[in-house]
Design a protein around this ligand. Structure first.
Ligand code: NAD
Length: 359
């Protein structure tokens, strides 16, 4: 099978880290006999500079005709004063909408070698944690009816949340099938003691749970979930939740790993095509200096293999290579911490991961 991958490098450190991820995928192709074909398209500030818009139509059609999309990051001070529709970040919403990506997967895993970077105490971290947040990405309160009106106390603003059974079902199925590829546990997070949308969410999730007897299922209220994430993160495997709750909880979960340069994400829709990107931004402060941590981008490529192409063994190989390199004490500047280690540039870290992937 020949997989077509659209590569959107973007701005700042985007090109450096995406190049690292592409090199790792090329290495995997060489080892496994798979074939990946990469085609680059413009997105973000560089697209504004070269074409006048942050998301050129060729980028959208290129992504639509690819099997999957690898994205670096967009944005930077150069484009910060542009009108909203020209802002590089606008391209992210545009490409997600164009590709129909309603599921956001964000793993938060504690790398044993980086325990010291977590803000959690040793006794809380225990033997570590490895969870996946499945966030609904295109519905809920971020997309509901909103506005201003005259209220009881004068002018007021309002936002509304609406979720259909169809929207809940499709994100639920994404969570259950992700759990089947992991440790087989789903926790659905809602506010069913107060919100009507949450009550429909919970009812629908319960119905789905019955269809996945191989997956253990539980509900948790969002206020409790926020506490449990910092009290005992190891209890979670897959968390599924709405757009708003997922936005907040996924940032909380990423913080407890202690390292923004390590965290990957995937946005998925109905088909196999997804968009894979690090959770961090374009880091203009270190762009072009070969200092960026390429691991989040490399792990995003591993997610692509796992979730879009079903190549779990190859994804495992990449993740193992990252573990090995960290265990051996190699670090980029952002993850040096106090524990010492050998400081590497972005390109040198990539070389180490390539070596480890090939061993
Ligand atoms: P950022 O994530 O780019 O950077 C925050 C801090 O983390 C910086 O000190 C940076 O040097 C560091 N950092 C981030 N990634 C790193 C990596 N891989 N290796 C080492 N250090 C890393 O967030 P910001 O500074 O708030 O935003 C910068 C630009 O990125 C803005 O224009 C913002 O709009 C954009 N942004 C884009 C995305 C995206 O493309 N998905 C996401 C967030 C922010």
């Amino acid at each position: 099978m020949n997989y077509q991958i659209a590569v959107l490098k973007g701005d700042g450190i985007g090109p450096e880290i995406t190049e690292s991820a592409v090199r790792v995928l090329e290495k995997i192709a060489e080892i496994s006999g798979r074939s990946f074909q990469f085609t680059e398209y413009l997105i973000g500030g560089i697209a504004v500079d070269q074409t006048g818009v942050p998301l050129p139509p060729e980028t959208v059609s290129g992504c639509l005709s690819s099997d999957s999309v690898l994205l670096g990051a967009v944005g930077g001070p150069k484009w910060d004063t542009l009108p909203p529709e020209k802002r590089p970040e606008k391209a992210l919403l545009g490409i997600r909408a164009a590709l129909g990506l309603y599921t956001n997967l964000r793993p938060a895993k504690l790398f044993p070698a980086l325990r010291g970077a977590s803000p959690l105490r040793e006794s809380v971290i225990g033997s570590g944690f490895d969870l996946l947040i499945v966030r609904e990405l295109t519905g809920g309160i971020y997309f509901g009816e909103r506005g201003y009106r005259e209220g009881r106390f004068g002018e007021e603003a309002f936002d509304t949340e609406a979720y259909s059974v169809t929207e809940i079902e499709r994100i639920g199925r994404a969570a259950f099938s992700a759990a089947q590829k992991r440790r087989g546990k789903v926790t659905s997070i809602d506010k069913a003691n107060v919100l009507e949308t949450s009550r429909l969410w919970r009812k629908t999730m319960h119905r789905l749970a019955a269809e996945y007897p191989d997956v253990a299922y539980g509900d948790l209220l969002v206020d409790n979930a926020a506490m449990q994430l910092v009290r005992n993160p190891a209890q979670f495997d897959v968390i599924v939740t709405s757009n708003l709750f997922g936005d907040i909880l996924s940032d909380e979960a990423s913080q407890i790993t202690g390292s923004i340069g390590m965290l990957a994400s995937a946005s998925l829709g109905d088909g196999v095509r997804g968009m894979y990107e690090p959770i961090h931004g374009s880091a203009p402060d270190i762009a072009g200096q070969d200092k960026a941590n390429p691991i989040a981008a490399i792990l995003s490529a591993a997610m692509m293999l796992r979730y879009s192409f079903g190549l779990s063994a190859e994804a495992d190989r990449i993740e193992r290579a990252v573990d090995l390199v960290l265990e051996a004490g190699f670090r980029t500047a952002d993850i040096m911490g106090d524990g010492g280690g050998t400081l590497l540039s972005c390109s040198a870290m990539t070389e180490k991961i390539l070596e480890a992937a090939g061993s």
